[in-house]
Design a protein around this ligand. Structure first.
Ligand SMILES: [Zn+2]
Length: 376
């Protein structure tokens, strides 16, 4: 999920995108509306009419969710948070935040506008429905309007369940946060409720499947799995973040890293470095810390074996890229996200072509587990 998304449009600086999974859901919703709900509620309409109602209903739901996520994004931007955009995926929408909210008050406001906007949309559709009934609009129009009122009402209620990371869980977290001034504790409580609610939906889903309602049961099961997983990872992410935030790199930096002299042959590099230390990347340095470049196992593979003796590491070395270097003043959170982003296990700490040290993911994780253990 969130791998390849389709960009749809840009509004007020926010990019709205679709995860491919949402397209499947949109088709499923349109299908179940036009073959299930609408024919059940409104008899004697043509198949085309039911399908048209189903498609308009699914589109209406799409815009309702986008509007809901938009209000989150706008309030988050007012609070100075970097917002990446809005993506719709299988279980609804997410306003992608780049960071945790700066304060309990900000989190409360960001979270509460979502259900409020869904409620407002529901009320508007109920009013339109009422008007339509009074003035005798055609049944298909009234039917779609009634559906959109109902589904937005449902979205309001579902999002208000105090299970993190649902909006209700965020509201709960912000209240606990401002009460005890402890974000970690607040996250732990609200994400435990999130896990509990997820498990509850999973059990409900299994029961429904066992009693013969396969599709409905699968839905509960999948949504439960999603909420339960999201609750768990958001708590872990927060713990990691809080433990590593502001931690200087020197705490886990190896200040005496293995470097390769430029005169080493490729054969020696393989024998004495790659097979010995098992790293995929080595800094090429002179006088131990004057960084000349980087050499990777990928580059070695491109050299024919016959040339391993004649070619030197100096011929091979390229400028170390931004993907595998970091500045010494960066903190551990930045290092960890750079490693995640570039799928790198090690980063070279470089200051003006001088190799200050190397940090490894392994060492950071060890530090992290010690710190979390001592903090508890
Ligand atoms: Zn929301």
């Amino acid at each position: 999920m969130f791998g390849r998304k389709f960009k749809l449009f840009k509004l007020l600086g926010f990019e709205v995108g679709l995860d491919p999974s949402w397209i499947i859901i949109a088709v499923l919703i349109a299908w179940s509306l036009s073959t299930g709900l609408f024919p059940f509620q409104y008899k004697n309409l043509s198949t085309q009419t039911y399908w048209l109602m189903g498609i308009v209903g699914a589109l209406g739901l799409f815009f309702s969710i986008v509007a809901h996520e938009f209000t989150h994004s706008i309030v988050a931007r007012i609070h100075g948070m970097p917002m990446k955009g809005i993506t719709l995926f299988i279980f609804g929408g997410v306003a992608e935040m780049g960071d945790e909210p700066p304060s309990a008050k900000a989190e409360f406001q960001i979270a509460v506008v979502g259900p409020l906007s869904s409620l407002a949309i529901a009320v508007i559709f109920y009013a339109i429905h009422w008007l339509g009934m009074q003035t005798g609009w055609p049944q298909p129009v009234n039917g779609v309007v009634a559906y959109l009122a109902m589904i937005n009402g449902l979205l309001t209620v579902f999002n208000l369940v105090p299970a993190f990371p649902l909006d209700g869980g965020r509201i709960l977290r912000s209240i606990l946060w401002s009460w005890k001034k402890n974000l970690r504790w607040a996250t732990r409580i609200s994400s435990s409720i999130g896990t509990g609610f997820g498990v509850f939906l999973i059990v409900l889903g299994v029961l429904r499947v066992l009693t013969g309602n396969f599709i409905g049961g699968m839905w509960f099961f999948l949504i439960g799995m999603f909420i339960q997983g999201a609750a768990k990872t958001s708590y872990q992410q927060l713990v990691t973040r809080k433990a590593l935030e502001g931690e200087p790199l020197k705490r886990f930096m190896n200040t005496n890293p293995v470097t390769v002299p430029a005169s080493t042959t490729v054969e020696q590099l393989v024998e004495d470095y790659v097979y010995r230390y098992h790293y995929k990347l080595f800094p090429v340095a002179e006088d131990h810390d004057k960084l000349l470049g980087c050499v990777t196992t990928k580059q070695i593979k491109e050299i024919p074996r016959e040339a391993w003796r004649s070619k030197s590491v100096g011929d091979l070395a390229v400028r170390c890229s931004e993907e595998n270097t970091i500045a010494p003043e960066a903190d551990a959170v930045e290092a960890l996200s750079a490693m995640r982003r570039n799928n790198a296990g090690r980063l070279m700490v470089v200051e003006k072509d001088k190799l200050v040290g190397i940090i490894a993911l392994k060492d950071m994780l060890e530090f992290l587990s010690l710190k979390v253990e001592l903090d508890n």
